[in-house]
Design a protein around this ligand. Structure first.
Ligand SMILES: [Zn+2]
Length: 354
């Protein structure tokens, strides 16, 4: 006998499984998914360093003007933009005392001793989730530098997530939230459990809010101890809003089905009973919803706990911004830099507003 599911829940579950809307674009962020290729990449060739700096200034990534930082200099004039024999090909110069300031002073790029074009390519690589080995090849210094840029991008993404979602509450009245555990749940029909050399030692609790497209995922490493069940219940209580409908696997169902304030809890088994022709359509839909998360959960098995946690933060950022990752990250870098350095706020962003 299929477990009873209310009509209202049936409607929201149908919505979850059979129709997915097109994502909307964040206000103020350029909506071109090929923004890097069309707008930025052409500026990264030798000879266009000046144009690149203008683009960086225009978008608030480097300062648009500088005052002389020399405390003994009495001039009130702004520093002059000058061609120079430095890696950026330009710098700022005070005409009165000849003091020079690098163009990347106090910017996101200040800590990275490389061409700005290289740093931007690495930032784009982070946005596209490219392996670090794609940068620098045999050169160890370049790989280390790319690694530091990747870490800085992750820092920015973590800051952004904390800023906008606080404690990351998912769901709400009539919203379907899926709760599952990698690798033992129903996130994937064919998880290659035996092919992995440490047999998936890292278990991950994953919660997906299906009202967002792409789904918004919150994920956390589980510790494998016998206290895990109470930890799972705590995490679900902390991250799923009251009134949500929870879809979960058969193992978690007994833990979650009596949670106070939750609209309805449905096991995947009950969901499958709604499938016409027993074609596993609902499981296949769940697999589509979890695809990126499963990929991340497989990838983090080889990482240290710290790096694995970092990887989960990146996953959450990508699920929210991945479809316009580069313009989004650029905007977050500008905001993060302003936050870290309140004395020199960047100039307002002038992204095309369509
Ligand atoms: Zn001066």
């Amino acid at each position: 006998m299929p477990p009873d599911i209310s009509n209202r829940t049936r409607v929201s579950v149908d919505k979850l499984l059979y129709s997915r809307d097109v994502p909307s674009i964040m206000p103020g962020v350029c909506s071109d998914p090929n923004f890097f290729e069309t707008t930025v990449e052409p500026l990264l060739v030798a000879g266009r360093e000046g144009d690149l700096c203008e683009w960086l200034k225009k978008n608030g990534l480097i300062a648009k003007e500088q005052k002389c930082p020399n405390s003994k200099c009495l001039t009130t004039d702004k520093m002059q933009w000058h061609r120079a024999r430095v890696v950026d090909k330009f710098n700022w110069m005070c005409l009165a005392c000849k003091k020079r300031v690098p163009v990347r002073n106090l910017s996101f790029f200040a800590d990275f001793k490389c061409e700005l074009s290289y740093a931007l390519r690495v930032i784009d690589g982070w946005c596209k989730n490219m392996p670090l080995s794609d940068f620098g090849g045999e050169c160890k210094n370049k790989v280390n530098l790319a690694k530091r840029i990747y870490t800085a991008c992750t820092q920015v993404s973590e800051w952004q997530l904390k800023k906008i979602v606080g404690d990351f509450k998912l769901g709400g009245p009539d919203v379907v939230v899926i709760v599952d555990v990698f690798p033992d749940g129903n996130m994937s029909l064919e998880v290659p459990t035996t092919s992995h050399n440490n047999n998936f030692s890292k278990r991950v609790l994953c919660i997906a809010d299906t009202a967002h497209v792409p789904v918004r995922v919150w994920a956390s490493l589980l510790d494998g101890s016998n206290k895990e069940n109470s930890k799972i219940v705590e995490m679900v209580k902390n991250h799923v809003m009251l009134g949500s409908t929870i879809v979960t696997n058969e193992m978690l169902y007994p833990l979650l089905h009596n949670l106070p304030g939750i609209g309805e809890v449905i096991s995947t088994e009950a969901l499958m009973n709604l499938d016409i022709n027993h074609d596993h359509k609902s499981l296949k839909n769940l697999e589509t919803i979890w695809a990126t998360t499963v990929e991340a959960c497989i990838h983090l098995q080889d990482l240290s706990t710290t790096l694995a946690e970092q990887h989960l933060i990146e996953l959450q950022w990508r699920q929210m911004y991945g479809f316009v990752a580069f313009p989004s990250l650029i905007q977050h870098i500008v905001e993060y830099t302003a936050y870290q350095n309140p004395k020199c706020p960047p100039l307002p962003s002038i992204w095309p507003t369509n």
